[in-house]
Design a protein around this ligand. Sequence first.
Ligand code: BGC
Length: 906
Amino acid sequence: MRSISLLILLAATLSLQAQTLTIRDLTCEHQNNPLGLDVTVPRFGWKLVSGQRGTMQKSYELRVGTDDKALVKGQKILWQSGPVASDQSVLVPYAGPAVTSRQRYYWQVKVADNKGNSSAWSEVKYWEMGLLKASDWTARWIESDLPGDSVNSPAPMLRNNFTLKKMVKSARLYVTSHGLYECYINGQRVGDQFLTPGWTSYNKRLQYQVYDVTSLVTNGANAAGVILSDGWYRGNLAWENNRNIYGKTLGLLFQLEATYADGSKEIITSNEQWKSSTGPVTRAGIYYGEAYDARLEKKDWSMSSYTAGDWHGVRAVNVSNDNLIASYAPPVKKHETFKPKSLKVTPQGELIVDFGQNLVGWVRFKANGKAGDKIVVHHAEVLDKKGNFYTDNYRAAQAEIVYTLKGGGEEVFEPHFSFFGFRYVKITSPNKLTADQITAVAVYSDMAPTGNFTSSNPLINQLQHNIQWGQKGNFVDVPTDCPQRDERLGWTGDAQAFSRTATYNMNVATFFSKWLKDLAADQVKNGRVPFVIPNVLGDSASASTGWADAATIIPWNVYYAYDDKRILEQQYESMKAWVGYMEARSRNDLWNRGFHFGDWLFYRPNDDTDGRSAVTDKYLIAQCFWANSTQIMLNTAKVLGKEDDVKHYTEWLKRIKDAFLKEYMAPSGRLVAGTQTAYVLALNFDMLPETLRAQAAERLAQNVKDYDNHLTTGFLGTPYLCEVLTRFGYTDVAYSLLLQETYPSWLYPVKMGATTIWERWDGIKTDSTFQTPGMNSFNHYAYGAIGDWMYRRVAGLRETAPGYKELIIAPQPGGNLKNATAELETLYGPAKSAWKLENGVFTLTAVIPANTTAQIVLPDAADASVTEGGVDVGKVKSVTAMTKEGTSVRLTLGSGTYTFTYGMKQ
Ligand code: BGC
């Protein structure tokens, strides 16, 4: 009797659980509780969680208020949407009264689904506005009064005491600088962000940060202290002695706003009463590293008890605040830490530490010694063939730490104003450091990890690992080419090549949105897009095909991955200007002028091999990228409803393709350049008439086979190579490239021990010597663009409508893989494709997020009897359609977790 009632209870609970509809992961502008937004129409997002298959949102209701306690009671509502019949749950715009500076807004959402379930009101979330107008700033810009403060001088420190007369209810710090800053209040570091205020085109767009400093301030005497450093603002950039790009003098803008318990306010600002001095950071630079003399530390300098008797004054200067913007992208933070894998002495007698992973960040060490003892740390990505420390590929970047001990106990050090790309460090110190005293810290933009790919092949898994670490190391506030040598610039070509893969691995919506605004800001008036963003190379370093197209490709990719239409609106003029430039400069509809990098770092063997080299005509490439950018304009104009532009780009697209065929293709369909890249681009961008595509694909596949299943593509051809092969039915050839272990291939570096993606296919040659040190980075993400194909085709998980509102799971088993899994946290929730092939039985586990619909394409299933969860697939309720397509079966279905099984020939 008892067990029966227990069973009933259990069944009731289960069905209740299945019925429940809840909401999670509430975001505002892609962020969790953002502080300091300057977006005046913020957008909300949420995910539905439901135990029932086929769940769609039927309606939502939003409410916003400025009092969280009242809000949950449904009182003092500032704006409520009322029930809105809609399935939109991503980037839903706020439509209440105009937002105001500093205000914190609380919000909640509730939803109803198509199964008759309603959620409760969600937890309360908030967003807080930053300072929307230049006049919100009452702080003055201040600069140190110290003499000789412009080149290689110690980092200035600025400080002041201040009093807060009453009990503080909340306190915010709004702060930015010329140069980098690190800020302290009452002896404590403010926040956990590094390299602030980040890197933007400073003179046009300078970010400020907002910190909740309520817990750092106190009723009574307080003090603030800020250290400034050259950073990107005036440090060496791009090449030696190229400095002071944005200005010569470091400066601080600091505004702390305290709200007392009684509601009154106090504003503490940087002004001429502050004092300045120097301290332990005697030199710092992005490429240089950092010199720190602990003997020069000024104990308690950011405490109110400190006497700044011998400090200098500061200058208050008039600087326009019109360029100030709130931070939008994820801040740079510390992430993984690594303990030494080994400590060893090299043949040259140097003590080196191996962390086992090429990473970006720095080393934290603990040391004991006498005052004046020096610890010097150098960084390297690789050891040479003999096992010696190798730094030639850092070029002029010194990448060193010089730490001078103060003596008298254990000292712990981490740099403040630099970062390094390294796997190894060489440490020189009077007292040998032991492994437990050394830790490597990875530092990069704090993007939410969203995707993962694994398979039965450990080498492919290592490749995926390397791609992800390439992304971590090179997404340090801007997307950089490399993180170690005297470069580390926002190279546009590299970024566009990798952008689609990047959207799988991590949420890069705000990261790219911020950088694209800099792209627009730095774009030359006539539409040319600089090689690097922020542009530190001058306006003439611009307009290279495949690089400048970052202006169109990345906004489109970000829009498509996150259904973020605003990025298209935001970038539209910039996109249009770049395409307009090509139109204006073209002759006879050919874009065939000026300098282009071309298919950068394509396969170019030495003369002593067979003399072949995969050179692709640069103007042929340019014509393809022009067509692609025009196609993107056409698509974008459609999304934004710009009819005239749709017409304009439709006409141009035809002209561009016609001119391509005339100039670059023989009537037989053969291209004037017989390279893989030529065929890949022509096919990927639909340059050829449909009737000539199959033969072109065949030529491409043949070319791969002629090179013994090796790729020969560079930066521009590589991202689309496997995708094009799959699209035209040569997935087997694509697999042969993916699995190729000899040079040139993706797995060759893996076999050579790579833990990140290399700049060149043969950074380390087969005889273990290095490629030319002038250009040989071991952490360059561009070739990692293959990650996209692994998610999209091997596991088969991809979007068919923007933002994964509709998705497809169409695995393509092959390459002797026994299994592959792609997992992706979409804006609707987790999606997954996991297939395995075991003893002739194919199993696919598919997870489809609530509020989306999907198609599943089961390979080689046409003649098989397919079951889902043990039931004949035809009887599964949430499968709304099933069709045979050649040897596959295509299903249309709603959200949920499904497991399909059937016999498959191997
Ligand atoms: C960078 C690249 C960049 C290239 C331009 C190199 O120095 O590291 O990755 O795209 O120049 O061709």
